[in-house]
Design a binder for this molecule. Structure first.
Ligand SMILES: [Zn+2]
Length: 232
Protein backbone atom coordinates (compact mmCIF):
# COMPACT_ATOMS: atom_id res chain seq x y z
CA UNK A 1 0.00 0.00 0.00
CA UNK A 2 1.33 3.41 -1.04
CA UNK A 3 0.97 6.77 0.69
CA UNK A 4 -0.54 9.79 -1.08
CA UNK A 5 3.08 11.06 -1.36
CA UNK A 6 3.91 7.85 -3.32
CA UNK A 7 6.23 6.40 -0.67
CA UNK A 8 5.77 2.97 0.91
CA UNK A 9 3.79 2.35 4.10
CA UNK A 10 4.28 -0.15 6.90
CA UNK A 11 2.19 -1.66 9.69
CA UNK A 12 1.78 0.52 12.77
CA UNK A 13 0.08 0.43 16.17
CA UNK A 14 -3.36 0.97 14.60
CA UNK A 15 -4.78 -2.21 13.04
CA UNK A 16 -6.88 -0.34 10.46
CA UNK A 17 -4.10 1.92 9.17
CA UNK A 18 -0.61 1.59 7.81
CA UNK A 19 1.88 4.44 8.10
CA UNK A 20 4.05 6.13 5.50
CA UNK A 21 7.73 5.45 6.08
CA UNK A 22 8.58 8.90 4.76
CA UNK A 23 5.97 11.52 5.74
CA UNK A 24 4.27 9.60 8.58
CA UNK A 25 0.72 9.94 7.20
CA UNK A 26 -1.59 7.15 8.36
CA UNK A 27 -3.24 5.44 5.37
CA UNK A 28 -6.53 3.61 5.91
CA UNK A 29 -6.69 0.00 4.78
CA UNK A 30 -10.33 0.61 3.77
CA UNK A 31 -11.89 2.53 0.89
CA UNK A 32 -15.02 4.64 0.65
CA UNK A 33 -17.67 4.60 -2.09
CA UNK A 34 -19.31 7.92 -3.04
CA UNK A 35 -22.65 6.55 -1.78
CA UNK A 36 -21.23 6.67 1.76
CA UNK A 37 -21.78 10.43 1.63
CA UNK A 38 -25.46 10.14 0.81
CA UNK A 39 -27.46 12.88 2.54
CA UNK A 40 -29.63 10.58 4.65
CA UNK A 41 -26.90 8.11 5.48
CA UNK A 42 -24.06 10.50 6.21
CA UNK A 43 -25.56 13.83 7.19
CA UNK A 44 -28.84 12.80 8.74
CA UNK A 45 -26.77 10.45 10.91
CA UNK A 46 -28.48 7.21 9.94
CA UNK A 47 -25.10 5.74 9.23
CA UNK A 48 -23.33 7.61 12.02
CA UNK A 49 -25.52 7.53 15.14
CA UNK A 50 -23.00 9.37 17.30
CA UNK A 51 -22.91 12.40 14.98
CA UNK A 52 -24.93 15.59 15.15
CA UNK A 53 -27.46 15.78 12.27
CA UNK A 54 -27.04 18.46 9.63
CA UNK A 55 -29.88 20.75 10.69
CA UNK A 56 -28.36 21.01 14.16
CA UNK A 57 -24.88 21.48 12.68
CA UNK A 58 -26.28 24.34 10.59
CA UNK A 59 -26.90 26.12 13.91
CA UNK A 60 -24.04 24.85 16.11
CA UNK A 61 -21.27 25.61 13.59
CA UNK A 62 -21.95 29.34 13.95
CA UNK A 63 -20.74 29.08 17.57
CA UNK A 64 -17.30 27.64 16.80
CA UNK A 65 -16.09 26.51 13.38
CA UNK A 66 -17.56 29.23 11.19
CA UNK A 67 -16.33 32.33 13.09
CA UNK A 68 -12.96 30.62 13.55
CA UNK A 69 -12.55 30.09 9.80
CA UNK A 70 -13.78 33.62 9.19
CA UNK A 71 -11.07 34.91 11.54
CA UNK A 72 -8.41 33.07 9.56
CA UNK A 73 -9.39 35.03 6.46
CA UNK A 74 -7.59 37.97 8.07
CA UNK A 75 -4.44 36.41 6.58
CA UNK A 76 -5.80 37.07 3.09
CA UNK A 77 -7.55 40.43 2.92
CA UNK A 78 -9.32 41.60 -0.19
CA UNK A 79 -10.92 38.33 -1.27
CA UNK A 80 -14.44 38.60 -2.65
CA UNK A 81 -15.03 35.22 -4.30
CA UNK A 82 -14.93 31.81 -2.67
CA UNK A 83 -15.37 28.17 -3.68
CA UNK A 84 -15.87 25.74 -0.80
CA UNK A 85 -15.26 22.04 -1.41
CA UNK A 86 -17.45 19.88 0.82
CA UNK A 87 -19.46 22.86 1.98
CA UNK A 88 -22.03 20.76 3.89
CA UNK A 89 -25.00 22.94 4.92
CA UNK A 90 -23.48 26.06 3.33
CA UNK A 91 -23.35 28.08 6.54
CA UNK A 92 -19.76 29.23 6.05
CA UNK A 93 -20.53 30.58 2.58
CA UNK A 94 -23.54 32.40 3.97
CA UNK A 95 -21.35 33.88 6.74
CA UNK A 96 -18.75 35.00 4.17
CA UNK A 97 -21.46 36.89 2.29
CA UNK A 98 -23.27 38.34 5.27
CA UNK A 99 -20.37 39.19 7.59
CA UNK A 100 -17.25 39.35 5.41
CA UNK A 101 -18.42 41.06 2.24
CA UNK A 102 -17.85 38.22 -0.23
CA UNK A 103 -19.96 38.64 -3.34
CA UNK A 104 -19.39 35.37 -5.25
CA UNK A 105 -20.03 32.14 -3.35
CA UNK A 106 -20.12 28.58 -4.67
CA UNK A 107 -20.20 25.28 -2.79
CA UNK A 108 -19.57 21.71 -3.92
CA UNK A 109 -21.13 18.64 -2.34
CA UNK A 110 -21.17 15.06 -3.48
CA UNK A 111 -24.85 14.31 -2.81
CA UNK A 112 -27.83 16.08 -4.34
CA UNK A 113 -29.67 15.94 -1.02
CA UNK A 114 -26.91 17.90 0.72
CA UNK A 115 -26.86 20.45 -2.12
CA UNK A 116 -30.62 20.91 -1.78
CA UNK A 117 -30.31 21.37 1.97
CA UNK A 118 -27.71 24.13 1.47
CA UNK A 119 -29.75 25.86 -1.22
CA UNK A 120 -32.90 25.84 0.91
CA UNK A 121 -31.25 26.69 4.23
CA UNK A 122 -28.75 29.39 3.22
CA UNK A 123 -29.62 30.20 -0.40
CA UNK A 124 -26.11 29.41 -1.62
CA UNK A 125 -25.17 28.28 -5.14
CA UNK A 126 -24.21 24.61 -5.13
CA UNK A 127 -22.55 22.27 -7.61
CA UNK A 128 -23.25 18.56 -7.13
CA UNK A 129 -20.25 16.40 -7.92
CA UNK A 130 -17.38 14.29 -6.68
CA UNK A 131 -14.42 16.64 -6.38
CA UNK A 132 -11.89 16.77 -8.00
CA UNK A 133 -13.85 15.24 -10.91
CA UNK A 134 -16.02 18.32 -11.33
CA UNK A 135 -15.86 20.71 -14.28
CA UNK A 136 -15.52 24.31 -13.10
CA UNK A 137 -14.76 27.02 -15.65
CA UNK A 138 -14.22 29.84 -13.22
CA UNK A 139 -11.45 31.11 -10.93
CA UNK A 140 -11.93 32.23 -7.35
CA UNK A 141 -9.92 34.39 -4.96
CA UNK A 142 -10.15 31.65 -2.34
CA UNK A 143 -10.75 27.90 -2.59
CA UNK A 144 -11.29 26.20 0.75
CA UNK A 145 -12.08 22.79 2.16
CA UNK A 146 -12.67 22.09 5.83
CA UNK A 147 -12.52 18.51 7.06
CA UNK A 148 -12.54 17.13 3.53
CA UNK A 149 -8.91 16.47 2.57
CA UNK A 150 -8.75 13.35 4.77
CA UNK A 151 -11.75 11.90 2.88
CA UNK A 152 -10.35 12.04 -0.65
CA UNK A 153 -8.94 8.80 -2.11
CA UNK A 154 -6.34 10.99 -3.89
CA UNK A 155 -5.81 14.05 -1.68
CA UNK A 156 -2.86 15.44 -3.66
CA UNK A 157 -4.96 15.47 -6.86
CA UNK A 158 -7.68 17.32 -4.92
CA UNK A 159 -5.19 19.88 -3.57
CA UNK A 160 -3.75 20.46 -7.03
CA UNK A 161 -7.23 21.02 -8.44
CA UNK A 162 -8.04 23.43 -5.59
CA UNK A 163 -4.84 25.29 -6.37
CA UNK A 164 -5.73 25.48 -10.07
CA UNK A 165 -9.03 27.16 -9.26
CA UNK A 166 -7.87 29.87 -6.89
CA UNK A 167 -5.30 32.36 -5.78
CA UNK A 168 -5.36 31.13 -2.20
CA UNK A 169 -6.20 27.71 -0.75
CA UNK A 170 -7.41 27.25 2.82
CA UNK A 171 -7.65 23.79 4.36
CA UNK A 172 -8.50 22.33 7.73
CA UNK A 173 -7.87 18.69 8.52
CA UNK A 174 -7.27 16.55 11.62
CA UNK A 175 -3.58 16.60 12.58
CA UNK A 176 -2.00 13.71 14.46
CA UNK A 177 0.36 14.89 17.18
CA UNK A 178 1.46 11.63 18.77
CA UNK A 179 -1.74 10.76 20.64
CA UNK A 180 -1.60 7.09 19.49
CA UNK A 181 -4.95 5.29 19.88
CA UNK A 182 -6.45 8.23 21.79
CA UNK A 183 -6.49 10.38 18.64
CA UNK A 184 -10.20 10.90 17.91
CA UNK A 185 -9.91 11.00 14.11
CA UNK A 186 -8.79 7.47 13.42
CA UNK A 187 -12.03 6.67 11.59
CA UNK A 188 -10.86 4.30 8.90
CA UNK A 189 -14.24 4.13 7.09
CA UNK A 190 -14.04 7.75 6.03
CA UNK A 191 -10.71 9.29 7.11
CA UNK A 192 -8.62 7.57 4.47
CA UNK A 193 -5.56 9.66 5.37
CA UNK A 194 -4.61 11.05 8.78
CA UNK A 195 -1.99 13.74 8.34
CA UNK A 196 0.54 15.26 10.70
CA UNK A 197 2.14 18.70 10.60
CA UNK A 198 5.07 17.52 8.52
CA UNK A 199 2.95 15.64 5.98
CA UNK A 200 0.38 18.39 5.48
CA UNK A 201 3.17 20.90 4.92
CA UNK A 202 4.65 18.51 2.37
CA UNK A 203 1.30 18.34 0.60
CA UNK A 204 1.11 22.13 0.31
CA UNK A 205 4.62 22.16 -1.10
CA UNK A 206 3.93 19.35 -3.61
CA UNK A 207 0.74 21.11 -4.71
CA UNK A 208 2.71 24.31 -5.41
CA UNK A 209 1.46 26.39 -2.50
CA UNK A 210 3.43 28.67 -0.17
CA UNK A 211 2.07 28.50 3.37
CA UNK A 212 1.17 31.95 4.69
CA UNK A 213 -0.80 30.91 7.79
CA UNK A 214 -0.73 27.80 9.98
CA UNK A 215 -2.72 27.47 13.21
CA UNK A 216 -4.48 24.69 15.10
CA UNK A 217 -8.21 24.96 14.49
CA UNK A 218 -11.57 25.51 16.09
CA UNK A 219 -10.85 22.21 17.85
CA UNK A 220 -7.46 21.22 19.31
CA UNK A 221 -6.89 18.12 17.16
CA UNK A 222 -7.12 20.07 13.90
CA UNK A 223 -4.71 22.09 11.81
CA UNK A 224 -5.84 25.01 9.63
CA UNK A 225 -3.61 26.36 6.89
CA UNK A 226 -3.71 28.98 4.18
CA UNK A 227 -1.50 28.67 1.13
CA UNK A 228 -0.81 31.13 -1.64
CA UNK A 229 -0.34 29.85 -5.17
CA UNK A 230 3.31 30.00 -6.17
CA UNK A 231 3.96 32.18 -9.19
CA UNK A 232 5.71 30.53 -12.10
ZN1 LIG B 1 3.77 9.82 2.74
Amino acid sequence: MKCWCSCETMDCFHPEYSQCVSCGTFVSKKSTEPGYYDFDYYWQKRGRPDYIPIDQRAKDDFDNRIPFWGGQLKAIPGCTSILEIGSCHGGFLYYCCKDLGFIRLVGIEISEGTCDFARKTFGVEMICGEFPNVEINEKFDLVCGFDVLEHFPKPLDAMRKMKSLGEYVMVQTPCYRGEEMAFPHFKSDEHLFVFNKKSIKLMFSMAGLTIISLVRGAFPWDITMVGEVLVG
